[in-house]
Design a protein around this ligand. Structure first.
Ligand SMILES: Nc1nc2c(ncn2[C@@H]2O[C@H](COP(=O)(O)OP(=O)(O)OP(=O)(O)O)[C@@H](O)[C@H]2O)c(=O)[nH]1
Ligand SMILES: [Mg+2]
Ligand SMILES: [Zn+2]
Length: 291
C-alpha cells in the first residue's frame, strides 16, 4: 500500500503528499477508538479508494511530537517572536522552549519586525537571555529583508516548524522565504495589540533546495500537563549543564544547599528571567499534581 507524509489536516481530512499530488484521506475508524489521531507531519500508509482519495490505515512511529502546535516528526523548532506589535513575550517563549527541549528538537529563535526598532539594544538584551542557554537568536524583517537569507539556510534539509504567538509574523516570514507559498497574513489589532489568528491550520511547505517547513496557527497559552517536576530542569539547557555539580542528586534548584544553578544565577551566568520562569513552571507543575 502507498505511503506518504500528511502535509495538511482540515476538518477531518488528511492530505497525504504522494508523487501524484496530495491525496485527500479520511482516517480509519480504529484510530478514534484507540484515541489516536493522525498529526500533520506523520508518515502514514494509506489505501487509495478513488483517484486522489483514500483512507489512512497506519500511522508510522513518530520521532517527535508536539501538541501545540500539533505536528509530528519535526527536527527543528523555529520559535518566532515579534520585537514590536505585539511586543516580545519571554515567558511564552520559555514555555515553548521547554516543550521543544523535551522532544529533543533543535531550536532557532527568530525575532521579527526588526524594522520597528530604532536601534539594536533590545535584540542584544534578548540575546543576553538566550545565549547562555546555547540558543541562536536571529533578528529579521520582511520589510528590509534582514535575516531572510539566514533563515533560508537554517531551514535547509530538515523538517522545521514555525511556532509562536498570533501576529508574530510567521506566515509573513515564510512568504519571504518562499513567495510561491502565498500564505494569508493578517494585521495585528491596534486596540488589543494582538494577532487575529489568521492561520487556522498546520501546513507543511516544500522548500526548493530540499527541506520542509510547517506554518502553524499562533498560540497564547502553553501548559505543562503530564510533566514531572524532576524533568523540568533538563528542559533548560543552561540549568541542565550545571545540575551534575549540585550537591544533591535530583536537586530542583529551588532552595537546596550547595545548588550550583542558584550560584550561577547569582554570578550572572544564568539569566534571572530564565530562572524566574523555571521556578514558576515548577510551581505550576506542582499545583497540577495537587488536583
Ligand atoms: N513592520 C513589520 N511588520 C511585519 C513584519 N512581519 C510581519 N509583519 C506584519 O505583522 C502582521 C502579522 O503577520 P502574520 O504573518 O499574519 O503573523 P502570524 O504569526 O502568521 O499570525 P497567525 O497566523 O495569526 O498566527 C501583518 O500585518 C504583517 O504585515 C516585519 O518584518 N515588519
Ligand atoms: Mg500565520
Ligand atoms: Zn541545584
Amino acid at each position: 500500500m502507498p505511503e506518504g507524509r500528511i502535509v495538511r489536516a482540515v476538518s477531518g481530512f488528511y492530505y497525504v503528499r504522494s508523487s501524484e499530488g496530495d491525496v485527500q484521506c479520511r482516517a480509519r475508524g480504529i484510530f478514534k477508538k484507540k484515541k489516536e489521531s493522525p498529526l500533520v507531519g506523520d508518515r502514514v500508509t494509506y489505501e487509495e479508494t478513488d483517484p486522489m482519495e483514500g483512507v489512512v490505515t497506519r500511522i508510522h512511529p513518530r520521532s517527535t511530537e508536539l501538541l501545540r502546535p500539533p505536528v509530528a516528526n519535526v527536527e527543528q523548532a523555529v520559535v518566532v517572536g515579534s520585537l514590536r506589535q505585539p511586543g516580545f513575550q519571554p515567558e511564552l517563549l520559555d514555555r515553548f522552549l521547554v516543550h521543544a527541549e523535551r522532544e529533543g528538537l533543535e531550536v532557532l529563535i527568530l525575532l521579527t519586525k526588526r524594522d520597528l526598532l530604532e536601534d539594536g539594544d533590545e535584540v542584544e538584551r534578548i540575546r543576553a537571555i538566550y545565549a547562555p542557554a546555547g540558543y541562536r537568536v536571529l533578528p529579521t524583517s520582511v520589510r528590509t529583508g534582514e535575516g531572510i537569507e539566514a533563515v533560508k539556510r537554517a531551514l535547509q534539509g530538515q523538517l522545521s516548524v514555525f511556532a509562536g504567538p498570533s501576529g508574530a509574523g510567521k506566515s509573513s516570514l515564510l512568504n519571504a522565504v518562499l513567495p510561491a507559498a502565498d500564505l494569508q497574513t493578517g494585521e495585528v489589532s491596534k486596540k488589543l495589540g494582538r494577532g487575529r489568528h489568521t492561520t487556522r491550520h498546520v501546513e507543511i511547505l516544500d522548500l526548493p533546495g530540499g527541506g520542509q517547513v510547517a506554518d502553524t496557527p499562533g498560540f497564547s497559552q502553553l501548559s505543562f500537563g503530564g510533566f514531572e517536576e524532576t524533568e523540568l530542569g533538563a528542559c533548560f539547557p543552561e540549568l541542565a549543564a550545571r545540575a551534575p555539580d549540585c550537591r544533591f542528586r535530583g536537586c530542583l534548584h529551588r532552595n537546596e544547599p550547595g545548588c550550583r544553578v542558584k550560584e550561577a544565577v547569582e554570578e550572572g551566568e544564568i539569566h534571572p528571567s530564565r530562572y524566574r520562569n523555571y521556578l514558576q513552571f515548577l510551581e505550576e507543575i506542582n499545583e497540577q499534581r495537587r488536583y
